[in-house]
Design a protein around this ligand. Structure first.
Ligand SMILES: *[C@@H]1O[C@H](CO)[C@@H](O)[C@H](O)[C@H]1NC(C)=O
Ligand SMILES: *[C@@H]1O[C@H](CO)[C@@H](O)[C@H](O)[C@H]1NC(C)=O
Ligand SMILES: *[C@@H]1O[C@H](CO)[C@@H](O)[C@H](O)[C@H]1NC(C)=O
Ligand SMILES: *[C@@H]1O[C@H](CO)[C@@H](O)[C@H](O)[C@H]1NC(C)=O
Ligand SMILES: *[C@@H]1O[C@H](CO)[C@@H](O)[C@H](O)[C@H]1NC(C)=O
Ligand SMILES: *[C@@H]1O[C@H](CO)[C@@H](O)[C@H](O)[C@H]1NC(C)=O
Ligand SMILES: *[C@@H]1O[C@H](CO)[C@@H](O)[C@H](O)[C@H]1NC(C)=O
Length: 406
């Protein structure tokens, strides 16, 4: 565990406890030996025969004896349906006339049906905005007075074919509200950049989430939109389908290693089932500049997951088309930033990333730098040094407690 107390991200002054250090030493080593796993990944825009762009992006990732399908769409609120099958030959079937009808059930299928091992969906229902003026409590929920949220079902989106890039396996949904009386989005947009991967790696941009061929990355960016207040914090409402009657579980993992995401010692994840059959994973950090850095890092807070029977959410036709009129949705809110520190107000820029995948989530091995330090520390003289270091650390702690009394 982290000695951070309440704020759940570790900004700089968060020292890992010796217990965590030891347990990581014992548990982290084998993960460094995970083998390569690759998939044949293709991206395809499935056109409708109806003039207006009804974006439907199909990511197909074929392995030796399995195929993963990710279907992203901005039909209704932006959403993704993920399906994992146990054959390299499964295919996606889309019936546009059903999909665009008021009863889209059956408009999206994966065949053969009995090859499906896991399926779920994530829907981005609303863009939230809060007035954080006078909010001194960082952990307050909500983080300020809510403005009327933007329903993402009422956005218009670009033609996704124009941003499809087969070399980076990525595509971007870029949208703005259809009705925008205050012209807040006159120069702005909300973008969902989707990227798939054929092998295990790590992007160059923070938070540098470790991805595998079983995952997709989503980067959400709000750029250039006029906030409604001087201290607006933004957020996203996210809905997901539960497995059975229960909501997916939300988990926080701590690490002593922040080499890839400076000063962020935590990984948040949402897990479907146990052992996990699918997951959403993110670092609790967002950025207020395109070049994500420690200086532009904002905390990202996730609320608890609630079943959504209590209030209506914008419906996603693709989710309905695949799952029928199932209604065991669970929702949570993500909020980005705090009333002090860097914020959207600096450059009218905000970005946040997550990974979505099938199977157990990727586990960050300790970075080579930290492993190197540990290898040295594990030598016999090193062990003595480590012991001595701990004593010094504890002494230093006591000492600083004394000085704080002075
Ligand atoms: C979207 O863009 C593609 C490629 O530029 C084009 O072929 C297609 O007709 C466009 N679709 C619509 C509905 O404009
Ligand atoms: C899939 O292939 C891997 C090796 O490529 C094998 O270990 C595994 O048992 C196979 N799974 C099934 C369900 O056939
Ligand atoms: C799509 O669904 C409609 C309504 O069920 C059906 O009449 C039509 O034949 C289907 N189209 C295809 C290509 O399967
Ligand atoms: C913030 O606090 C000041 C002083 O207490 C008050 O005058 C102002 O109206 C408050 N602003 C908001 C948005 O609540
Ligand atoms: C949009 O940008 C133009 C040119 O940069 C500027 O003149 C205009 O005031 C901006 N509109 C809004 C609503 O920010
Ligand atoms: C926002 O800031 C400007 C300039 O600092 C100030 O004139 C204005 O009253 C502020 N608006 C609100 C709602 O606090
Ligand atoms: C998210 O925040 C909005 C605005 O405060 C609120 O109306 C909504 O109920 C919240 N949703 C969840 C799932 O907590």
């Amino acid at each position: 565990m982290c000695d951070c107390g309440e704020p759940r991200w570790g900004w700089g002054h968060c020292a890992p406890s010796p217990m965590l250090l030891l347990s990581l030493l014992l548990s982290a080593a084998p993960f460094g030996l995970l083998g390569e796993k690759t998939r044949q990944v293709s991206l395809e825009v499935i056109p409708s025969w109806l003039g207006s762009p009804q974006n439907l992006l199909h990511i197909r990732a074929v392995g030796t004896n399995s195929t993963l399908h990710y279907v992203w769409s901005s039909l209704g609120p932006p959403a993704v349906v993920l399906m994992a099958t146990n054959t390299p030959h499964s295919t996606l079937s889309v019936n546009w006339s059903l999909l665009l009808s008021p009863e889209p059930d059956g408009g999206l299928m994966v065949l053969p049906k009995d090859s499906i091992q896991f399926s779920s969906a994530v829907v981005f229902t609303r863009l939230l905005e809060f007035d954080s003026t006078n909010m001194s409590d960082v952990a307050a929920k909500p983080p300020g007075k809510p403005y009327l949220p933007y329903s993402l079902a009422d956005f218009s989106w670009n033609n996704i074919s124009d941003s499809l890039d087969p070399t980076t396996l990525s595509a971007t949904f870029r949208g703005h509200p259809i009705h925008d009386p205050s012209r807040a989005f006159a120069n702005g947009s909300l973008a969902f950049r989707v990227q798939a991967f054929s092998r295990t790696s790590r992007p160059t941009q923070p938070p540098r989430l470790l991805h595998t061929a079983d995952t997709c990355q989503l980067e959400v960016a709000l750029v250039g939109a006029s906030p409604r207040g001087n201290h607006s914090l933004f957020g996203l409402e996210v809905a997901t389908l539960g497995q059975g009657p229960d909501c997916p579980s939300m988990q926080k993992q701590h690490s002593i290693d922040d080499e890839y995401a400076p000063a962020v010692f935590q990984l948040d994840q949402l897990l479907w089932g146990s052992p996990p059959s699918g997951f959403v994973q993110w670092r609790p950090v967002a950025f207020s500049q395109k070049q994500g850095s420690r200086e532009s890092a904002l905390p990202c807070q996730a609320s608890l997951l609630h079943p959504t029977l209590a209030y209506p959410l914008p419906q996603s036709p693709i989710v309905r088309a695949f799952f029928g009129s199932q209604n065991n949705f669970c929702a949570f809110n993500l909020t980005f930033g705090a009333s002090t520190g860097p914020g959207y107000w600096d450059q009218h820029y905000l970005s946040w990333s997550m990974l979505l995948g099938v199977g157990p989530p990727p586990v960050d091995a300790l970075s080579p730098l930290v492993l190197g330090i540990m290898a040295v520390a594990l030598g016999a003289p090193g062990l003595m040094l480590l012991g001595g270091g701990l004593v010094l650390l504890l002494r230093h702690k006591q000492h600083s407690e004394y000085s704080s009394i002075n």
